[in-house]
Each structure stands twice: as structure tokens, then as C-alpha cells.
Design a protein around this ligand. Structure first.
Ligand code: ADP
Ligand code: MG
Length: 325
């Protein structure tokens, strides 16, 4: 277990009595009425950790809400409300107006209402809590994958991590390629329509915020299964294809910030998934399958084009691992 998850498990993961689902999934769930469940999730962005201190405020307003909505998408929940706790080093109305514009524009697209929050002085950070509604019978959860399920990934992987690699001097991109990759990093699109469309179709889902291997690993642990995926079937962001293979692999397998959905579904659902692909105009890719765990094998195995096992790049981001910034 990574240090971040270890500390949560040791100090904060308590059994729930009234909620349907507590710590350990993309959202917590509690019942609402006969059939509905409420889904709740909180995410914080900290200056210097999640974004550069000079980040463009309008994109930041978008991203702060998008990463939270992405957790609702991963449960198949319909977004309803958001609260905003903002910590600011100073009052800069121009900055605030742009930040608010980015946030409200995305909120309006999904009919989300900002209903409260908190404002304090300190190092720049923002914590949003999103609230959504979902039909309890079909909620997508990390612990619902079944042996034999096919594994799917939406959109493209690795673009956001490549932009970050460029900004950190680990990769060199031409201006056009950088702007493509950077839009994935700065303006992620929460896959709300896909999450809701997968209700009753997929068994389990997670949003890819920390890297595919780490996030699919959470589905495996919670469902007590293992996953085998094929490198050649992964939807690698086209902008990554010119890069060295090692960078392609680290960005697509261990790079965070893409906010695509990874989900598992029975083979019999493939027709409905293909229909969703067309309906949403969002490419959905079958990348592997769930199987029973084996003692001598990791939870997630990636096969190369020859059927061999790919040595995995460093696992997903953890705030308290050595080297995390
Ligand atoms: P995600 O990447 O989907 O946002 P996280 O990796 O941040 O999820 O969190 C994993 C789980 O741990 C979630 O269910 C989250 O609600 C829970 N969690 C994280 N930090 C705390 C905390 N301080 N107290 C209680 N639960 C927490
Ligand atoms: Mg998540």
C-alpha cells in the first residue's frame, strides 16, 4: 500500500453505518429516497503541487471543477451541486473573475449549482466538494468487477502526462504538439455522459487520475481480481507516438491527469458500448480482461505485442512517496 493510502486506512477509514459506501471509491454514497443514492466527492488542488503558481486562472477554474466532476462520472452519477473552499494569498479581482468564469462555464454545461464554500487567506489552494445523484441499483463501483469482464478505456491516454514532462524538462515537444498535450493537462473533460451511459452496462469504473496501472489496480484490489491489458490495444494519445517508447509507456501507463474512464463490463455488453461510442462521439477501447488473482503475479499485468510481460514504469502518483513533490 502506498504511504498516502496507508495513512488514510490507518487513521480515517472507519466502517460506515448509515452510508452505502464510505472511504475507498471515487465517491462516497448514501441512500436518498427509495431508489436514489447521493454521490459525494472532495478533491483539492494546491499551488506548486497540482498546478504551477502562474497557472492561467480560467483554466484552473475549469480544472478544479472538472477533476471533481470526474469522480462523479466514475460512479455514473448525475452532477447537481458543488461547494468551493478557496484559500488565497491576496485579493486579485482580475484573477478571481477569470477563475470564476472557468468554473461557472463548466458548471453551467452540466447544470451544477455552486451552493456554498469558504474563503480564507493562505497559500493558494482550492477544495471542491461535488454532489450528484445516481440510481442505487446500477451505481458504478470499484468493487463490482467480475472475472471475465472486459476492460475498457475512453478517449486517449498519456497526453496530460506528456505536457507535464515537457514543462518539467523531461521531454521536448514542438509548439503545436505541446499545445495539444497541454489542453489535456489544463482542460480535462469530465466523462459525465459516459459514466451515466454505462449505468446498467458496466460493472465497475474508475477515473484515471493517477495513471492507468495504479487506478485499474484499485478496481482489482476492491474486486479481488487481477487485470491483464495489452499495450498494443491502449489508446495512446497521438501526440505521444513520436516520443521514445519508455516515455510513451510511463505517460500512458503511469501518468495521471487524463481523467478518462476505465471500466469493466461483461462481453455481452460490447454492442451497447459500441453504441455509446457513436452516441457520445467518444472513442471507447477494449484493452484487456479481468481474471482471478494469482499469488505470484501483480494485480495488473501489461502484455507487449509479442505476448511477453512489459516491465512496468513507476506506479501512479502518491503524495507521500519519496520523490513526490
Ligand atoms: P480519487 O483519486 O478518486 O479522488 P483518492 O485517491 O483521492 O480518490 O482517495 C481514495 C479514497 O480515500 C476516496 O474514497 C476518498 O474519499 C478517501 N479519502 C482520502 N483522503 C481522506 C481523508 N483524509 N479522510 C477520509 N477519507 C479520505
Ligand atoms: Mg477518482
Amino acid at each position: 500500500m502506498t504511504p498516502e493510502f496507508d495513512l488514510i486506512a490507518r487513521h480515517f477509514n472507519r466502517p460506515v453505518r448509515q452510508a452505502t459506501l464510505g472511504v475507498g471509491d471515487d465517491c462516497a454514497l448514501f441512500p436518498w429516497g427509495q431508489e436514489q443514492e447521493v454521490a459525494v466527492s472532495t478533491d483539492t488542488l494546491v499551488s506548486g503541487v497540482h498546478f504551477f503558481p502562474d497557472a492561467e486562472p480560467e483554466a484552473l477554474g475549469h480544472k478544479a471543477l472538472a477533476v471533481n466532476l470526474s469522480d462523479l462520472a466514475a460512479m455514473g452519477a448525475a452532477p447537481r451541486y458543488v461547494t468551493l473552499a478557496l484559500t488565497l494569498p491576496e485579493v486579485n479581482h482580475e484573477w478571481l473573475a477569470a477563475f470564476a468564469r472557468g468554473l461557472h462555464r463548466l458548471a453551467d454545461r452540466y447544470g451544477v449549482e455552486l451552493i456554498g464554500g469558504d474563503t480564507t487567506r493562505g497559500p493558494l489552494s482550492m477544495t471542491l466538494t461535488v454532489i450528484g445523484a445516481v440510481n442505487g441499483a446500477t451505481t458504478l463501483r470499484r468493487d463490482r468487477a467480475q472475472e471475465g469482464d472486459e476492460i475498457w478505456v475512453s478517449g486517449q491516454l498519456g497526453g496530460a502526462a506528456l505536457a507535464l514532462a515537457h514543462l518539467q524538462g523531461r521531454a521536448r515537444l514542438a509548439p503545436e504538439a505541446f499545445s495539444q498535450a497541454a489542453s489535456r493537462l489544463h482542460k480535462p473533460e469530465p466523462r459525465i455522459g459516459l459514466g451515466m451511459g454505462l449505468l446498467g452496462v458496466a460493472h465497475a469504473a474508475i477515473d484515471v487520475s493517477d495513471g492507468l496501472v495504479a487506478d485499474l489496480g484499485h478496481i482489482c484490489e476492491r474486486s479481488d481480481l487481477a487485470a491483464v491489458i495489452d499495450w498494443s490495444m491502449l489508446p495512446i494519445a497521438p501526440v505521444l507516438l513520436d516520443q521514445p517508447e519508455a516515455l510513451q509507456q510511463s505517460c500512458a501507463l503511469a501518468g495521471g491527469d487524463d481523467y478518462e474512464l476505465c471500466f469493466t463490463a461483461p462481453e455481452s455488453a460490447s454492442g451497447r458500448i459500441a453504441a455509446l461510442d457513436t452516441e457520445l462521439g467518444l472513442a471507447l477501447h477494449r484493452v484487456g480482461a479481468m481474471r482471478a488473482p494469482r499469488e505470484d503475479e501483480p494485480r495488473v499485468t501489461v502484455r507487449d505485442a509479442n505476448g511477453g510481460v512489459l516491465a512496468l514504469p513507476q506506479a501512479g502518483f502518491d503524495h507521500f512517496s519519496k520523490g513526490a513533490d
